[in-house]
Design a protein around this ligand. Structure first.
Ligand code: ATP
Ligand code: MG
Length: 277
């Protein structure tokens, strides 16, 4: 009879970023398992300490901040303008996205008071900016934002309550360029994130109807096209295209990990290393 890790051992190994093979190991008996656990834990703790030391002495920035900077650099080089908008969102702006009491996303919204919530997405603010910029700048309007978004999620390994969204958009481009734009943008972002193995599928989304999804085991990003029925709420008539990626998901896939919490904004992990080591 062979045996695997106890649930507590397995949990600890996940926290310490053990590989899939290490997590699936089997043993002849309990003594052998417990001995191996001690050795493996020591080894992983040592690795974690080395990584923390590297952060302190060499890197000085965690992967999440590094990726954000790289993305900002490549996108601004491509002519996109970075915008930074408020995390606190008025209820009216959510309603303009048709996210009202009947909408599935509505239950995931963190409310601050009756009229204000934490943004679950960047789109409402980007729509608001488009509406102004369309008068002020020549088309196409190329803007992007990267920042925290918040959703009440039934906690899993792929969902965070606070995550970092990158949303890249272009308004006023020729209709026939939209698909190509999404493909090129996906390629650019995947290359910058260091992910080569991904595929693109189309799915239907509660907010946008038909969507363009980038997948690598899990969903990494979702693209959308306009003209779209929501556009009229913002006085937008030009064609547009946009795509949103979760930075923690990109990092999780790049690092081959199982646990998105390692890559998140955290006081439990630092640059992917569990601090209780
Ligand atoms: P999922 O179906 O995986 O819950 P979604 O389709 O609801 O994701 P979108 O609204 O399309 O997510 O958001 C764009 C991207 O933001 C997703 O592709 C994903 O990378 C990221 N994302 C969304 N929700 C979360 C979350 N709770 N934690 C981490 N990343 C998230
Ligand atoms: Mg999606």
């Amino acid at each position: 009879m062979s045996c695997g890790w106890t649930p507590i051992q397995k949990q600890r190994l996940i926290e310490l970023n053990a590989s899939d093979e290490q997590q699936e190991m089997l043993f002849q008996d309990i003594q052998e398992r417990n001995r191996t656990f001690q050795e493996l834990e020591q080894q992983l703790v040592k690795k974690g300490k080395m990584k923390l030391n590297e952060l302190k002495e060499i890197k000085r920035r965690p992967a999440l901040a590094e990726l954000e900077s790289k993305l900002v650099d490549v996108l601004t080089e491509k002519g996109f303008v970075q915008v930074v908008t408020p995390i606190i969102l008025a209820k009216g702006l959510l309603a303009k996205m048709s996210i009202d009491d009947n909408h599935p996303l509505y239950a995931q919204v963190f409310w601050i008071d009756e009229k204000k919530c934490l943004r679950p997405m960047l789109a409402p603010n980007l729509y608001s900016l488009w509406r102004e910029l369309i008068r002020l700048w020549e088309k196409p309007i190329k803007i992007f934002e990267v920042g925290s978004c918040f959703r009440k999620e039934s906690q899993g390994q792929h969902h965070l309550n606070e995550f970092t969204m990158l949303n890249v958009t272009e308004l006023g481009l020729p209709l026939e360029k939209r698909k190509e734009w999404l493909e090129e943008m996906t390629e650019l972002i995947m290359k910058t994130a260091g992910i080569s193995d991904y595929s693109v599928i189309t799915e239907s989304s509660v907010v946008y109807g038909e969507t363009y999804d980038v997948v690598s085991g899990i969903e990494l990003g979702s693209g959308a096209f306009g003209p779209h029925p929501l556009d009229q709420n913002w006085g937008i008539i030009d064609p547009w295209v946009g795509i949103g990626f979760g930075l923690e998901r990109l990092l999780m896939v790049r690092e081959g990990g199982q646990n998105i919490h390692r890559m998140a904004k955290s006081i439990t992990y630092l640059d992917g290393v569990r601090l209780n080591i």
